[in-house]
Ligand binder design. Structure first.
Ligand code: SF4
Ligand code: F3S
Length: 106
């Protein structure tokens, strides 16, 4: 499966959702997640993310392993998203800032 990680938080560009052939992205207030049971590992979304926040589960950066469980958990409760929308207003300010998990809104 593929996993959305830290740099999506407070950016949420949503380019990723447009390319997913199985529509397995789910949307929270300031972050998206992938449902690991639905993802077919096509890898199409990874290069689409302007924030480089999407990784194969085998390549999640060190220190971000907890995003595996976060994607699994929140994809069960958040609504599906299939169409691109505007990025969050302060995406330029937050893109590239590390340690944004503390700002995750559920
Ligand atoms: Fe969707 Fe493919 Fe990305 Fe999985 S790897 S979330 S199936 S676009
Ligand atoms: Fe997030 Fe990147 Fe998608 S910032 S919303 S994973 S395009």
């Amino acid at each position: 499966t593929f996993v959305v990680t830290d740099n999506c938080i407070r950016c949420k560009y949503t380019d990723c959702v447009e390319v997913c052939p199985v529509d397995c992205f789910y949307e929270g207030p300031n972050f998206l997640v992938i449902n690991p049971d639905e993802c077919i590992d096509c890898a199409l979304c990874e290069p689409e993310c302007p924030a480089n926040a999407i990784f194969s589960e085998d390549e999640v950066p060190a220190g971000q392993e907890e995003f595996l469980a976060i994607n699994e958990e929140l994809s069960q409760v958040w609504p599906n998203i299939t169409e691109k929308k505007d990025a969050l207003p302060e995406h330029e300010k937050w893109d590239g800032v590390s340690g944004k998990l503390q700002y995750l809104e559920r």
